[in-house]
Design a protein around this ligand. Structure first.
Ligand SMILES: [Mn+2]
Length: 502
């Protein structure tokens, strides 16, 4: 399913289409693709269908200030190639036009059969991020093109509630390394809300429901731009008796949700993922997150799609979240290890980097991985391990020698799609970690006591008392043999690959 933008070049008559009622991400994505084709000497039209022409003032400003040539059309002369961006051909919000070949670039959940030429990255926060990656693959200097940089930045920003809901490292790369024209971003941002939308926010807040014993609020808003949901939930969270809240709106295609939390026992990103699990998707940050429950999936599951059924479903789901989760604070309790089994580490191939080769001692570096960002200071004996899921563990040379065996002469191959990248925190310069990585074999150590989980558990570990690790049924709760206060969660997949009984 891997696609390159150069694959489009052999086609004569090319049309780019985004979904009906385009938003900033759709406009940015189509615009980016058109810019690339232009650079390669190809003229392409950029169109959208549907009943309505763009009328939101931030989008009208975006189109005018960045010079986005986009046409609202009713019909189309059959092109050789039709590329849909920020949507998939055949979806209900994409007006159907005939074409000899179809291609799809998108970041939503896959909704039907995809054509051979497609790139759908459902874990990305915006389609602009997909284009950002694809353009870099073709050596396109995005920051030399300020209009394009501004469009991509604004596309990601609006699709992720002002960057609050990003979770993929490529989204963070776009946010951190793209240089937009700030005056335009400020202008677009402050033309976002119409007076009608202000009324929607006010009406929604008037009818807030509270789960009193949980300090939780749930609010339904009339169908509106997802950004309004974020504004409402931000306000709700400021209320003294509200620690966590859910704001939702029933759109024609599904239920958009916005989630907030201000207590460490609830990560907004994890609550959003829980509420949407099986019906769409959700994610974001510790405090802010969002997501979507798809209408067709709710209907197929027999839940229905009228406002009573959706409200009941969301209330039940929220109660379930509170009632079926155990919270453990490592250090505050000692696990009864007689109930647990003993496991030792299997021989597993991982990667390692000796950091003094990467940057001078004393440099603060940020390592970006699929799991998140890790900041460390380079010391003489700092060794960074790259685990089987691309996760990163800083350690020192002494512990490294005790638990790992070097494999001289062999090459390290990264097992995941996003290879860890390193940024010098002060200068902002970036390097890939991979050229410095070597393979090694993990084995030995005193091992762990562990048990398989049959319910959800949140563990606050000794090394990070502010952020919990979530364990779900099937994962393992582990206790270090040489330190019983060190309790943590190991994901099922990683556990099975790295530990054996005995
Ligand atoms: Mn989008």
């Amino acid at each position: 399913m891997s696609l390159r933008l150069r694959d489009f070049l052999p086609y004569g008559n090319i049309v780019i289409q985004c979904h009906d009622n385009p938003d900033a991400d759709a406009l940015a994505s189509g615009y980016a693709l058109r810019r690339y084709l232009e650079r390669e000497g190809k003229q392409a039209r950029f169109v959208y269908g549907g009943r309505n022409a763009v009328c939101k003032s931030n989008l009208i400003l975006m189109i005018a200030n960045l010079g986005i040539e986009v046409e609202h059309v009713e019909s189309l002369d059959k092109p050789d190639l039709l590329i849909t961006v920020d949507c998939q051909y055949g979806e209900s919000n994409v007006t159907r036009f005939d074409a000899d070949r179809i291609a799809v670039i998108d970041h939503h959940q896959v909704s039907g059969e995809l054509p051979a030429m497609s790139d759908v990255r459902s874990n990305y926060g915006s389609c602009a991020t997909v284009l950002y990656e694809l353009l870099q693959q073709e050596d396109y200097d995005i920051n030399a093109d300020e209009d394009l940089a501004t469009a991509l930045y604004y596309g990601l920003m609006t699709d992720t509630g002002g960057f609050a809901e990003i979770s993929h490292p490529s989204d963070r790369d776009l946010r951190d390394f793209i240089r937009p024209r700030n005056s335009d971003i400020v202008l677009f941002r402050n033309s976002n809300l119409s007076r009608e939308e202000l009324v929607i926010a006010g009406d929604a807040l008037k009818h807030a429901h509270y789960i009193e014993d949980k300090a939780c609020a749930i609010v339904e808003a009339r169908p509106c731009d997802p950004n309004i949901l974020g504004i409402i939930s931000d306000m709700l969270l400021e209320v003294d008796t509200v620690d966590a809240c859910l704001v939702y709106s029933m759109m024609p295609f599904g239920v958009k949700i916005s989630v907030r939390s201000c207590i460490k026992e609830i990560k907004a990103s994890e609550l959003a993922a829980f509420l949407t699990a099986g019906y769409g998707g959700g994610g974001g940050h510790l405090i802010k997150a969002g997501g979507l429950l798809k209408k067709d999936l709710l209907e197929a599951a027999g839940i229905g799609y009228d406002s009573d059924s959706v409200r009941t479903f969301l209330f039940d789901r929220m109660r379930e979240y509170y009632e079926n989760t155990e919270i453990l604070y490592a250090g505050e309790r000692i696990e009864d290890v007689s109930e647990l089994k003993h496991y030792t580490k299997k021989e597993v191939r991982v990667g390692y980097v000796e950091c003094d080769r990467l940057a001078p001692v004393g440099t603060r570096i940020m390592i970006r991985t699929l799991e998140g960002d890790v900041e460390v200071e380079v010391r003489e004996d700092l060794v960074i391990l790259i685990g089987i899921e691309g996760e990163i563990y800083p350690t020192n040379r002494q512990k490294f020698r005790a638990g790992y065996r070097e494999l001289p002469g062999e090459e390290y191959v990264c097992p995941v799609e996003y290879a860890p990248r390193v940024t010098d925190v002060v200068t902002g310069s970036r390097v890939s970690l991979l050229p410095f990585a070597k393979p090694c074999m993990a084995a030995g150590g005193a091992g762990i006591y562990a048990r398989e989980l049959d319910h959800r558990v949140k563990v606050f570990t000794v090394w990070d008392p502010d952020k919990y690790y979530l364990g779900v049924p099937g994962d393992y709760l582990a206790v270090r043999v040489d330190d019983p206060s060190d309790i943590y969660v190991i994901a099922r997949k990683i556990f099975q690959k790295t530990y054996g009984e005995g």
